[in-house]
Design a protein. Structure first.
Length: 250
């Protein structure tokens, strides 16, 4: 699904990623953990095509196609979805209208006609029920006046509607109480399939109690320095990151 080869990238003259190699297959959930400033959110932004960052070396492949030079919207049309750490507010545009526009633009880019209104309504109803979203919520302006939990739930609703091939969740758990975390995680779990893949970026092991990863990777100083199963997340929770630094220095 996703293959990253020797990715070097940064902003202006500052190198942030220093040779990332990562392979994520369809049907898998990968968690990326690491201390502040390690490059986790930078990696998420670069996969999604954020033009703020400059890739100096390496490739990003989606289903074997090099997407390194594509604009963010082109990557989105190919099936890349990024759940933002800090979703922006769009006053005057309802959640429902935003989703209709996003879906139809994606269909247009892929040579399809607009989704019929009755199909759209059916899909909205189905996915809102899946995520325990009140119908009144869908008529509100996108993210305007939303709590942290509502913003994150709305991001997962967008993911459910768009049905991406690759979903990247950038610190979706930040600012969530236990109930909101459970609802968001349940939504992600229900959306997992053998045809898509999920990359979860988090500081905390607690999210991984709800979204069980197949692989956990530790990102430090712009490199993936350790990979393992879900047990690695518990080890990080217990010991922190210093023991990995000590291992690297030996």
């Amino acid at each position: 699904m996703l293959q990253i080869k020797n990715l070097h990238a940064g902003v202006e003259d500052k190198e942030i990623l220093r040779g990332i190699n990562l392979q994520v297959n369809a049907g898998e959930v990968h968690a990326i953990m690491g201390p502040n400033g390690a490059g986790k959110s930078t990696l998420a932004s670069i996969i999604a095509g954020n033009e703020k960052y400059e890739v100096s070396e390496g490739k990003i492949l989606l289903e074997g196609d090099d997407i390194s030079e594509l604009a963010p919207e082109e990557r989105a049309h190919k099936g890349v979805f990024l759940s933002f750490q800090y979703p922006v507010e769009i006053p005057g545009v309802s959640v429902t209208n935003f989703m209709k526009t996003a879906i139809n633009e994606s269909r247009k880019a892929n040579g399809k006609e607009e989704m019929p209104a009755n199909e759209m309504l059916k899909l909205i109803r189905e996915k809102s029920e899946l995520l325990e979203i009140d119908r009144k919520f869908l008529s509100r302006s996108l993210n305007e006046g939303f709590s942290g939990g509502e913003k994150k739930r709305n991001e997962i609703f967008q993911m459910a509607m768009m049905q991406p091939k690759l979903a990247i969740l950038d610190e979706t758990d930040s600012g969530l109480d236990i109930d909101a975390l459970r609802i968001v995680a349940n939504g992600v779990n229900k959306l997992k399939s053998s045809d898509n893949a999920v990359v979860v970026i988090t500081h905390y092991q607690r999210l991984l109690d709800y979204i069980i990863p197949d692989f956990v990777h530790v990102l430090m100083d712009g490199k993936i320095v350790k990979s393992g199963g879900k047990e690695l997340a518990y080890e990080l929770e217990e010991k922190g990151y210093d023991w990995i630094k000590a291992e690297l220095e030996v």
